[in-house]
Design a protein around this ligand. Structure first.
Ligand code: GAR
Length: 207
């Protein structure tokens, strides 16, 4: 059984999808042992508490140097015996130390089809604003491993979602969550916990 630690910053609907997937048996070989938030007021923390999951908070602002923050987060994750870390709407960039300590063991959910609408500055609602501005007809979500390139790690699963006439960023965000994120994130976590993902040359092979 793998220990899953979920990092959050906001509403935590992706965390909820993981909790539900664990309850319904979609995730069989892992359990969420801790939820860590960058924001003490995140509703995601309530979702964790409602499900008797241990919580913790780590704020970037509490460290004057980024290196210190990176080290503290790495130590915190090690102290939780994390086998897998899931970034479920975690809005703080990870540092080199934590990424190296957990190579190919950090999964992120990004609300677009990478390599479109990704990289620095592309997070949350902004991603959907940019997609609508460009006028793409398809967008979607990507579950991927995290490496030192922002949104550049090996892709695990992608799912396309239609853009419709009259979409606002909020409407599109909701459709991408419902049709893609809440499905592919639990699937990717389940594949990882079942040891079905291999990484070769910065690409994944799903067995
Ligand atoms: C989700 O749409 C997630 O894909 C996105 O933030 C939202 C968090 O919602 N993440 C990023 O943009 C990361 N670059 P949630 O807190 O309800 O899961």
């Amino acid at each position: 059984m793998k220990n899953i630690v979920v990092l959050v910053s906001g509403g935590g609907t992706n965390l909820q999808a993981l909790i539900d997937a664990q309850k319904s048996g979609i995730i069989k070989n892992g359990r969420i042992t801790c939820v860590i938030s960058s924001n003490p007021n995140a509703y995601a923390l309530e979702r964790a508490k409602n499900n008797n999951i241990d919580t913790d908070v780590i704020k970037r602002k509490d460290y004057s140097e980024f290196n210190e923050y990176d080290k503290a987060l790495t130590e915190l994750l090690k102290s939780k015996n994390a086998d897998l870390i899931v970034l479920a709407g975690f809005m703080t960039i990870l540092g080199k130390e934590v990424i190296r300590a957990f190579e190919n063991r950090i999964i992120n959910i990004h609300p677009a089809l990478i390599p479109s609408f990704c990289g620095e500055g592309y997070y949350g609602l902004r991603v959907h604003e940019k997609a609508l501005k460009k006028g793409v007809k398809l967008t979607g979500a990507t579950a991927h491993f995290v490496n030192e390139v922002c949104d550049g790690g090996p892709i695990i699963i992608q799912k396309a979602v239609e853009v419709k006439n009259g979409d606002t960023p909020e409407i599109l965000q909701r459709r991408v969550m419902e049709e893609a994120e809440w499905k592919i994130l639990p699937e990717a976590v389940s594949l990882f916990c079942d040891d079905k993902i291999k990484v070769v040359n910065n690409k994944t092979i799903i067995e």
